[in-house]
Design a protein around this ligand. Structure first.
Ligand SMILES: NC(=O)c1ccc[n+]([C@@H]2O[C@H](COP(=O)([O-])OP(=O)(O)OC[C@H]3O[C@@H](n4cnc5c(N)ncnc54)[C@H](OP(=O)(O)O)[C@@H]3O)[C@@H](O)[C@H]2O)c1
Length: 386
């Protein structure tokens, strides 16, 4: 029996279960970040009825997933008597409703929790709300430490980050075997490095961010649209933001054409240096962009990345995807402001432009994972802050 709680589980089984839930939850780390990885299991007596995990940012939380999976089981809800969850259930509305409400509504009488929410604004609030609702709650501190299960969430909720908030920044690029972002002229019309499977993955990723950010170099070279195509969530198309210090984006750029049927496209924002080209700004606004003048870097040459981050945060952007060429990518990585990377290496030799190989060779990636996507190799990780 778990201390102070009558359940069909003994403490050893609960600790083992917590470990399993943590391990399984961590498999979703790159899709949920900056949210924490969380796993939950619902019991009826000593029978495990269902498990649930937080699988992607903006998606249902683990507790809600477990309750939904249990609803599809042959065990009647009146028999559900214990929820084991790796992290304190949330008590405030974010992208989804509070989990404590879902637990109370389901009438679960007992909840065992593996760790408190590290965010001082929420810490303990979920447990209090459950107790106030008549739920017996046990905190098994140390069984699911957030620093081990979801170190990225510890960073996201650090006092420094809470004091100076900026969006969770994911840098994604496709490179040739030599780490170059532009293929040789004779490959894929000089354009594609990664294969269709990777492009599908990117479509899903685009549908799970609030904004896509690129540099004017990419707009001039590729004339991209940055739309979301199925299987991405076309209804939740992110803002399209271009860092364009001197407003070199052409007013007839593809960005300003409407999305193709079945695609989603967010509003276009051009971030330039304050005070540049008033007449050009009017042309671009007539074409469909919103133009914003920001502070420059110390040298004054480009818009400042910290001003960009502040602008994004104020615009409500919490998760951002940087899909830029090597110039902007390196500037962002060198500033230590990238939280997560996803790198697709295609089966293409050679290439043009700056190689990302040097950066990749020296970066320390926490939670590093290497996998395959179609014929491409994919590397993901959370760059250790410099
Ligand atoms: N394989 C891939 O994943 C991928 C993705 C995107 C692009 N690309 C390729 O990359 C090439 C273009 O590379 P690129 O490096 O020119 O494009 P980029 O990195 O997208 O854009 C660079 C431009 O961003 C602007 N910028 C604004 N603020 C900046 C800041 N704080 N720091 C640095 N730059 C800032 C600068 O122009 P201003 O000073 O005028 O603002 C700079 O020239 C193309 O060949 C394209 O096909 C490949």
């Amino acid at each position: 029996m778990i201390r102070g709680i009558a359940t069909g589980l003994d403490e050893g089984r609960t600790t083992h279960l917590m470990e399993e839930l943590c391990r399984e939850a961590a498999a979703f780390r790159f899709d949920v970040a900056p949210n924490p990885c969380v796993g939950a299991a619902l019991f009826a007596g000593d029978r495990e009825v269902a498990r649930g995990f937080h699988r992607f940012w903006g998606g249902p939380h683990a507790e809600v997933e477990a309750l939904a999976a249990a609803a599809g089981s042959d065990v009647a809800p009146e028999l559900w008597d214990l929820l084991v969850v790796t992290l304190e259930p949330c008590s405030s509305r974010g992208k989804t409703g509070p989990c404590v409400d879902a637990i109370l509504a389901a009438g679960i009488p007992r909840v065992v929790v593996g760790a408190l929410d590290p965010n001082p604004r929420h810490r303990g609030a979920g447990l209090e709300r459950l107790r106030a609702g008549g739920v017996e709650v046990v905190l098994l501190e140390g069984t699911a430490p957030i620093e081990r299960v979801a170190p990225h969430f510890a960073r996201w909720t650090s006092s420094d980050r809470l004091r100076r908030p900026r969006p969770w920044t994911i840098a994604k690029w496709a490179q040739t075997r030599s780490g170059q972002l532009t293929p040789p002229d004779d490959v894929g019309e000089g354009r594609w490095i990664s294969t269709a499977a990777s492009l599908e993955e990117v479509a899903v990723l685009r549908g799970r961010v609030d904004a896509i950010v690129s540099g004017v170099g990419t707009v001039l070279a590729d004339d991209p649209r940055f739309t979301v195509r199925p299987p991405g969530a076309v209804d939740a198309a992110p803002l399209r933001v271009v860092l364009d210090s001197c407003l070199r984006t052409p007013p007839d750029a593809a960005l300003f054409r409407g999305p193709a049927p079945g695609e989603g496209a967010g509003a276009v924002h051009l971030l330039s240096l304050a005070g540049v080209g008033a007449a050009r700004a009017l042309d671009l606004e007539a074409a469909g962009a919103s133009v914003h003048g920001l502070q420059g870097t110390e040298s004054g040459g480009h818009v400042s990345l910290s001003a960009v981050e502040a602008w994004l945060w104020d615009a409500g952007v919490r998760r951002v995807l940087v899909e830029a060429g090597p110039t902007l990518l390196r500037a962002w990585l060198d500033a230590g402001a990238v939280d997560q990377v996803r790198v697709f290496t295609g089966a293409v030799n050679g290439g043009r432009g700056l190689s990302m190989g040097e950066w990749l060779g020296s970066a320390i990636l926490d939670g590093r994972q290497e996998r395959e996507c179609g014929e491409d190799a994919v590397l993901e990780g959370f760059p250790r802050p410099v």
